[in-house]
Design a protein around this ligand. Structure first.
Ligand SMILES: Cc1cc2nc3c(=O)[nH]c(=O)nc-3n(C[C@H](O)[C@H](O)[C@H](O)COP(=O)(O)OP(=O)(O)OC[C@H]3O[C@@H](n4cnc5c(N)ncnc54)[C@H](O)[C@@H]3O)c2cc1C
Length: 460
């Protein structure tokens, strides 16, 4: 029997790990398809962006963790469950048709993007390690450009950072990057009298809607004390031309726009032909089996995590899209899949939310724990770090992260902007150009100029 796992995030990786352990020696094959050969530990993305943790340390090589699973690096493009066949686009850019007997759907979610003019051209999301690294480089290159420009308006735009979405991803990312910029500015004598502007735009009446109102107010007050301009009950109406137009009437220029307004299920869910709910999530029962239109379990189809509407045993509503749920669902799903193969009874998914931990940058955080326990300040921050360090897969990664934190305590922050990582061939291409004067005028390339705002190259 072949089990195809689509997605190598929390659900995919943990389900495959459990399956390979429980099916050891049985002759069944587990195949996991993921676009990268690593799992990314998203709760540490804000710290990877701020440089507290080396970005490579927040991802875990799947081949190191999954010793008996066949890993295919690529994307599942289409699923024909009736024929038990999946079409995969591999890294070799060749289509691969794979027959399977059981399917585990776990492609997660993507940023929920709204039709705001200028958004698609200007904004960056905050869901992947590539986005975290890019954002760090962009923010640091803005400081370099601001130090060089003589135009005060351009400088103001370069040093205005707008985050849209005040959930935990937006708040944590903003808090970490604000810390980074504050520390970095000490190395910029040219900018000693300027203050970067941080604007957090949230459509709801409070930040961190997942948390108790008192903790959310504490987080908002802390950000405001650091100079963050928090705009509640406000929307971004347009970002065209780098001009931010807010629903409260404010209009200002900003070169950096980060969009963190939540997630929607991965588009693959719509291509499976399985029924989805009003939010596009695949409907499952409490055993993690995919349901058909009549509410009956579809044989051989399983789903969990951000892409699925798994009923929460406590509230009856779908579980929230969090790693803590995804991880437990993955284990329950794998156990039930094995039980189905072995003809044993299935067990219900039961999990009581362990609470919420939010880091607000160095030494500050908020925590909401079971039993109505509320913690704010240093101990909440410490708990956030300790919990996620303990949850980080593999001892190897845990040790590396602990060492990264120790190094950041002992030495100043690293403020190198490695923007050139996004253009690795540029130096070689320039070197390959013939020296001026050796080509006729008609074949000479226009000179390259640097756009300081984006640190990209532009040809006039
Ligand atoms: C910045 C940030 C911070 C967070 N912090 C927390 C936190 O503190 N606590 C918490 O509980 N949760 C947190 N979360 C949420 C948590 O990370 C997600 O709920 C969790 O990752 C969901 O697991 P998943 O397996 O469903 O999806 P993912 O972990 O996203 O995995 C999906 C995988 O499927 C792959 N994939 C996509 N398309 C395809 C395809 N076509 N074929 C094959 N594979 C595909 C993706 O590349 C990815 O590897 C955070 C999320 C973010 C973005």
């Amino acid at each position: 029997m072949r089990i195809l796992v689509s997605g190598g995030g929390f659900v995919g990786a943990y389900a495959a790990l459990r399956l390979e352990r429980r099916l050891r020696g049985s002759g069944h094959e587990v195949v996991l398809v993921n676009p990268e050969n690593y799992l990314q530990y998203q709760p540490f993305l804000p710290e990877a962006a701020s440089g507290n943790i080396e970005p490579r340390h927040v991802v875990v090589p799947l081949r190191e963790v999954l010793r008996r699973t066949r890993l295919v690096v690529g994307e599942v493009e289409a699923i024909d469950h009736g024929a038990r066949r999946a079409r995969i686009r591999t890294l070799a850019d060749e289509p691969l048709d794979l027959q399977y007997d059981a399917l585990v759907l776990a492609p997660g979610s993507v940023s929920r993007v709204l039709p705001v003019p200028g958004l698609a051209d200007r904004a960056i999301g905050f869901k992947t390690i590539a986005e975290a690294i890019h954002l760090r480089n962009v923010v640091l290159s803005r400081l370099e450009a601001a130090a060089d420009t003589t135009d005060p308006e351009h400088r103001r735009a370069l040093l205005t950072f707008v985050f849209v979405g005040g959930g935990y991803a937006g708040v944590e990312a903003l808090a970490e990057l604000e810390d980074l910029v504050r520390a970095a500015l000490r190395r910029y004598p040219e900018l000693h009298d300027v203050h970067p502007r941080w604007v957090l735009v949230e459509a709801a009446a409070s930040l961190l809607p997942e948390l108790d109102a008192g903790l959310a107010r504490y987080a908002q007050a802390l950000l405001a004390r650091r100079g963050v301009d928090v705009r509640l009950e406000t929307r971004l109406d347009s970002a065209e031309g780098g001009v931010m137009r807010l629903s409260d009437g404010d209009v200002f220029a900003a070169e950096t726009l980060v969009w963190t307004t939540g997630v929607r299920p991965h588009p693959l869910t719509a291509q499976t032909g399985f029924p989805v709910d009003d939010q596009g999530r695949i409907a499952t029962d409490e055993y993690l089996r995919v349901l058909d239109e009549a509410g009956e379990a579809i044989p051989g189809a399983w789903a969990a995590g951000d892409c699925a509407a798994v009923p929460d045993p406590v509230t009856g509503r779908p579980c929230p899209p969090t790693a803590q749920h995804a991880l437990r669902q993955a284990r329950c799903l794998a156990d039930n899949l094995v039980a189905t193969i072995e003809g044993r009874p299935l067990r219900r998914f039961r999990y009581r939310n362990r609470g919420q931990l939010v880091s607000l940058g160095r030494y500050r955080g908020v925590a909401q724990l079971p039993g109505r326990i509320r913690i704010r300040g240093f101990w909440a921050w410490w708990l956030h770090r300790t919990y996620h360090l303990a949850m980080m897969p593999t001892l190897n990664r845990r040790v590396r992260i602990a060492l990264d934190w120790t190094v950041t305590l002992l030495f100043p922050r690293d403020i190198t902007a490695l923007g050139s990582l996004q253009r690795p061939r540029e130096a070689f291409e320039r070197a390959a150009e013939p020296p001026p004067g050796t080509l006729p005028e008609s074949r000479r390339r226009a000179p390259v100029t640097r756009d300081p705002g984006t640190a990209r190259l532009a040809r006039p």
